[in-house]
Design a protein around this ligand. Structure first.
Ligand code: GN1
Ligand code: MG
Length: 359
């Protein structure tokens, strides 16, 4: 039985034929995602989380502009724009999204034969993922239209610390006292992380078009591990391209799970780091500035630290941002990401050597 309300929503989009099935796709911490099947094709329908994305119209404009640019590049190179770039499906009225009282919906084409991975368990997968993210950035290097800042200060550490200080002083869920040790992890690294962001503020690290959520499961691969395209373009914005590298390393190299309860399973796999970096630099190496090269490895620590901060802050605030499966989920995530950060800190000299050797 299809949910009638969902069916009504789906029917407002310009899908080709009658809808025969709608199924939930249980992934992601933010939006709700469904697969819609019509007689001939499949589509993705998403309820966008309006608490997190206050301006869905601006977000969808970003996505439309960026995918149009990417499609032109793919066509120029003789590729298939429906498989190698996400295709937004408008509503029957020609809008990029649908507003249904409090909810916002958007749709895209489902790319048949595509697979996603949660674990980078082969060198080839890590290499290909790196190449995919590198190519995404390279294809957008000459994109000159303005992009809206869909989430304020998304990877901006100065802003994150403003939010952090407020969360601690308000202590809304009364949890601060129970996480003293975890708070010290953040305090100890505050100056170092802000120093990195200062380089972005001073223009020493250039702003580029970035995906901003490059975890492994946000790339579609084909059966031969070739990258088809980047998905989940909600956070496409201008930032330092290093963040896309760092966030991918956070996700690809983790030998445990993002929310592992057994910290002995969590560490950074340095071989996976090497393979990903090799793939990434094969596409981006020549277009990077000297300072981007110098700080590439550090961006992994930066983004992993940011993730510790964000999970811990959400725990302190009473779990208002991320979907959680149980009451201490955000705390468990923060601890597991901190273990990963420590492993990166231990291996940082080696990471730098690897980057150097590949340039
Ligand atoms: C969120 O929703 P999802 O799973 O694509 C988050 C990312 C985090 C990630 C952690 C808009 O991504 O920033 O890195 O969870 N997205 C947003 O897994 O906050
Ligand atoms: Mg996302």
């Amino acid at each position: 039985m299809m949910d009638n309300h969902l069916l009504n929503i789906a029917n407002k989009f310009a899908f080709d034929q009658e809808i025969v099935d709608i199924k939930a796709l249980g992934e992601g911490f933010i939006n709700d995602t469904y697969i819609v099947t019509t007689q001939c094709r499949r589509y993705i329908l998403q309820r966008k989380n309006h608490n997190i994305f206050p301006d869905v119209a601006a977000m969808m404009q970003n996505i439309a502009r960026v995918t149009a640019h990417l499609k032109a590049k793919v066509v120029e190179a003789g590729g298939n724009p429906e498989r190698e770039v996400l295709t937004v499906i408008p509503t029957r009225e020609g809008e990029l999204y649908l507003r249904d009282s409090e909810n916002y919906w958007a749709a895209s084409l489902y790319i048949e034969g595509s697979v996603t991975h949660d674990v980078a368990d082969t060198p080839r997968l890590a290499y290909m993922g790196g190449r995919g993210v590198g190519r995404f950035q390279a294809m957008l290097a000459d994109f000159n239209e303005p992009l809206a800042e869909v989430i304020k200060g998304f990877h901006n550490m100065r802003w994150r610390f403003e939010q952090w200080d407020k969360a601690l002083s308000e202590d809304r869920a009364n949890r601060k006292d129970s996480v003293c040790e975890e708070i010290s992890w953040i305090t100890d690294r505050r100056a170092t992380m802000l120093e990195f962001w200062s380089m972005v503020e001073r223009g020493e690290l250039p702003m580029r078009v970035t995906h901003n959520d490059t975890k492994l499961s946000n790339i579609l691969f084909d059966e031969n591990d070739e990258v088809l395209c980047m998905i989940d373009l909600d956070t496409v914005m201008s930032s330092t391209s290093l963040n896309d590298f760092g966030d991918a390393i956070r996700s690809y190299t983790n030998t445990g799970k993002e929310d592992d309860t057994d910290l002995s399973r969590v560490s950074m796999n340095i071989d996976t780091f090497r393979h990903y970096t090799e793939g990434y630099l094969s596409e981006r190496g020549t277009s990077m500035t000297q300072s981007e090269k110098e700080w590439l490895a550090f961006s992994s620590l930066y983004i992993t630290f940011e993730q510790v901060l964000r999970f811990l802050m959400d725990y302190i605030e009473g779990d208002t941002y991320y979907k959680t499966a149980y009451p201490t989920h955000n705390l468990v995530r923060a601890r597991a990401q901190f273990r990963l950060l420590q492993s990166m800190e231990e291996q940082y000299p080696k990471m730098q050597q690897i980057v150097q050797s590949l340039l």
